[in-house]
Design a binder for this molecule. Structure first.
Ligand code: SF4
Ligand code: SF4
Length: 648
């Protein structure tokens, strides 16, 4: 069966792996030994016990969408009970995965829009921190008198439009798509019938069409994936970023540290994990306000640290140190010095409860849709945000008193990082070189070949791939070739920990890129720009599209023709699948590794890796090797440069 040799190889590679093949993060390497000594089971142990993978699920030729099944395609059965073929099973499975990602981000955006609405009405203890951004969004949405309307009234209007846009089911929606897309893309998507009128519609429609006895056309199902990906990008990512910037401020570059060494043994340490800044911003405030209580409890103070995308959110806006990404989340607790880990939603391993129970750490869930037996649940409601945040911080102070100092082991690894490159902040740096036309220096560098192009390295960690290796080695390969890297999500943590996001990291870039980074760094007063720019959390992939749209309009070149590409080299979540699909829909060729479950259908694989290019100007590419992946991405960029008549 197709994929069987890959499954056998993966089993051989994973079973009995040395720690150095599990992770390249020195802190994780150290903590894996501590975990073993403490009897703590980790994601790496559980992965081993899942080997070998089921070949039907691995290649996508299984289906559980009705109770006549489960079905699978075998040598004696080329159809499921209802008659669904391998192509249909794979396409339906991929669409359901994409919907999972889209639903996560759109629900995230809905939460932020509701918080903005409550804030505007004086019902929640937040404020509008970026009025300029609010007014610019309002203008783009066509709200009359956006310049002069009272700020809270305007915020209420914007929040209501956002909520309407999420729920729209007919042609008067799509305002967030139109606000952030080029005309060329709107026309392409309209022609393909994949322009999503609202955020929820493709999810509703997608669940409907994939249930038993509906869509059995693999091509139509793949178009459904593209529609869901576009909905994710605009009603999920863009809307979340826009409204979070309005509420919490648009990020500006700031120095901080990244890596497990940011945990300080003499402090009450509170780890914020998940995806949304609504609670974590308040934890930061409450921690500041309750420092004295911590000192009374015997600590030197309170330290908030970040994990995963919540970590990126408070890093980019508040300079809160980042302790690590997804595959650090269990081992951070095993340091014995984390007094509370407070989680919101997405990417929260249920296993965190078992790890926390081995130590004094309180694992605190807060979202009504994310409860884990064994964790303490303190329900968060943005209208009571201050009260909830203080309660959580006080729990952490109490927990500090239960610590066993003999079990504390903090690996001393951390690196300096500059985080917070929003497009607005980047333009501010560029305006110091050319005040009248800030994009001009960037365009000139790309045209001359000092910057050959750019690759966004985004997404998760996957224990099937050596932790952080692909993120870091791929970035090093690309910057050596004068290709600028922008990073978000767990990828950004990996680059930050590896020293690729500090000014000194610039020496790892090729000579021409180094010159540009130094010139920009001098203009910004930081010596040199890092060769990998921290662009934020996963929803902040929207910032990458914001930059591409600005470049596309400035150059009058469609995004699909710009010398750019993307990569999710340690792909894990359904969200990474929907974001990747959005990137391809934008016209950005996207490298993924490992492959989603598509190998059981040659037709679906061909649609995504070949035919998509004819329809969208971009496709998916795959390689498990960093050097080969860099070669492939460089080829994409060189090809675009050739077509634009630029030096290669
Ligand atoms: S929908 Fe068809 S293929 Fe899927 S489980 Fe039901 S009968 Fe089997
Ligand atoms: S990058 Fe992936 S694993 Fe990491 S926080 Fe985001 S979605 Fe979760």
């Amino acid at each position: 069966m197709k994929g069987e040799s890959l499954i056998t190889r993966e089993k051989r590679e994973i079973e009995g792996r040395a720690d150095s093949d599990k992770t390249i993060d020195p802190a994780n390497l150290d903590m894996l030994q501590v975990a073993r000594r403490s009897g703590v089971e980790t994601v790496f142990d559980r992965l081993e016990r899942q080997e070998p993978k089921c070949p039907y699920c691995y290649t996508g030729v299984s289906c559980r969408n009705c109770v006549m099944g489960p079905c699978r395609i075998t040598a004696k059965a080329d159809r499921g009970v209802c008659g669904a073929t391998a192509d249909v099973m794979v396409a339906r499975g991929l669409l359901r995965n994409t919907l999972g990602g889209t639903a996560s981000h759109v629900d995230h955006a809905r939460h932020v829009a509701l918080t903005l609405l409550h804030t505007a009405r004086g019902e929640a203890p937040y404020a509008i921190r970026d009025e300029t951004k609010l007014r610019s969004i309002a203008r783009a949405l066509g709200i009359e008198d956006a310049e002069n309307m009272e700020v809270n009234r305007l915020a209420e209007r914007v929040a209501l439009i956002a909520l309407e846009d999420i729920g729209a089911t007919h042609a008067n929606g799509a305002r967030w798509v139109k606000m952030h897309s080029t005309q060329e893309r709107i026309e392409t998507w309209t022609e393909l019938g994949v322009l999503p009128e609202g955020g929820m519609l493709p999810i509703l429609e997608g669940m409907h069409r994939t249930s038993m006895g509906n869509d059995a056309d693999p091509v139509n199902l793949v178009l459904g994936c593209i529609k869901a990906g576009i909905a994710d990008g605009f009603y999920g990512l863009h809307m979340s970023t826009d409204l979070q910037d309005v509420l919490f401020g648009t990020p500006k570059p700031k120095f901080a540290r990244a890596g497990m060494g940011v945990i300080e043994p003499e402090f009450v340490n509170i780890a914020c994990h998940g995806h949304v800044p609504i609670l974590s911003e308040k934890i930061v405030e409450a921690a500041e306000a309750l420092q004295e209580e911590a000192r009374t409890a015997g600590a030197r103070g309170i330290k908030v640290i970040g994990i995963c995308c919540t970590g990126n959110e408070i890093l980019e806006r508040q300079g809160i140190p980042a302790a690590g990404n997804e595959l650090n989340s269990e081992l951070v607790i095993a340091t014995g010095a984390v007094d509370a880990m407070v989680v919101d939603y997405q990417c929260i391993f249920p296993s965190l409860v078992q790890v926390a129970q081995c130590f004094h750490t309180k694992l605190i869930t807060t979202a009504p849709i994310v409860k884990i037996p064994g964790a303490e649940h303190i329900e968060f409601d943005e209208r009571r945000a201050d009260e909830v945040a203080r309660k959580i911080v006080r729990h952490a102070i109490e927990s500090f008193k239960q610590r066993d100092p003999g079990r504390i082991h903090i690996p001393q690894f951390s690196s300096e990082v500059i985080a917070g490159f929003s497009v607005e902040a980047l333009l501010e740096v560029l305006s110091k070189i050319n005040n009248r036309d800030p994009l001009a220096p960037l365009v000139e560098s790309i045209t001359k070949g000092d910057i050959m192009g750019a690759v966004a390295i985004v997404g998760c960690n996957n224990p099937r791939v050596t932790h952080d290796l692909m993120h870091v080695e791929l970035a090093k390969e690309l910057i050596k070739r004068d290709i600028l890297v922008l990073a978000t999500g767990c990828a950004a943590h990996a680059h930050a920990k590896a020293g690729l996001m500090k000014p000194e990291g610039c020496t790892m870039a090729g000579e021409r890129l180094q010159r540009v980074l130094k010139a920009l760094g001098e203009a910004a007063g930081i010596g040199a720009m890092p060769p990998v720019l921290h662009f934020g959390s996963c929803v902040d992939n929207s910032r990458i599209n914001q930059l591409l749209k600005a470049l596309s309009e400035k150059l009058n070149v469609a995004i699909k023709d710009l010398p750019v590409a993307a990569s999710a080299p340690e792909l894990t979540t359904e969200k990474a699948i929907s974001i990747g699909t959005w990137a391809v829909a934008l016209g950005v060729t996207t490298h993924v590794n490992p492959l989603p479950r598509i190998m059981g259908s040659e037709l679906v694989t061909r649609l995504l890796t070949e035919d998509a290019e004819k329809l969208l100007g971009a496709k998916f590419i795959h390689s498990p090797d960093p050097k080969e992946s860099a070669d492939m991405l460089e080829q994409v960029i060189l090809e675009k440069r050739r077509k634009l008549g630029l030096q290669t």
